[in-house]
Design a protein around this ligand. Sequence first.
Ligand code: 4NP
Length: 159
Amino acid sequence: MSKIGVLFVCLGNICRSPLAEGIFRDKVRAAGLEDRFEIDSCGTSAFHIGEQPDPRSRANAEANGVYLDHQARQFVGADFSDFDYILPMDSSNYRNVMRLEPVNAHGKIVLMREFDDMAKGADVPDPYYGGERGFQNVFDILDRSTEALLKTIRTEKGV
Ligand code: 4NP
């Protein structure tokens, strides 16, 4: 049975999308579904390729019980066929992805916060230039959004 591919996308791949990846991975594991999923994250920019998540992101995630280990990479065209769900963190990265979308794209491209009932379709704010509270705000947003995302995928894919 082929795996369900889920790809989280932000700009640098060091703050928001590796956090979304880590939180979602833990939820999938807690549901006993880790064998059914291929989970990854990437950035639309090349700014931080090869880097681990921002130390502030890692510290905040760990304070919330989530351990992050990811090497930043840039979004590539093959991601359209390798992943079933592509989740840009904000409208700017959504546009960046859509600009590259081939006509035969296989992945479903949906803004992350389409899954956030508290602010449907809003941007996940970029915490890079802000303080610690920004990181906790992003954590809370992604915790809610990835919970609803997993629920939706389980319904759509029957897992
Ligand atoms: P991210 O945050 O897209 O959530 O990883 C950013 C990281 C780095 C930069 C911008 C946003 N930057 O300009 O270097």
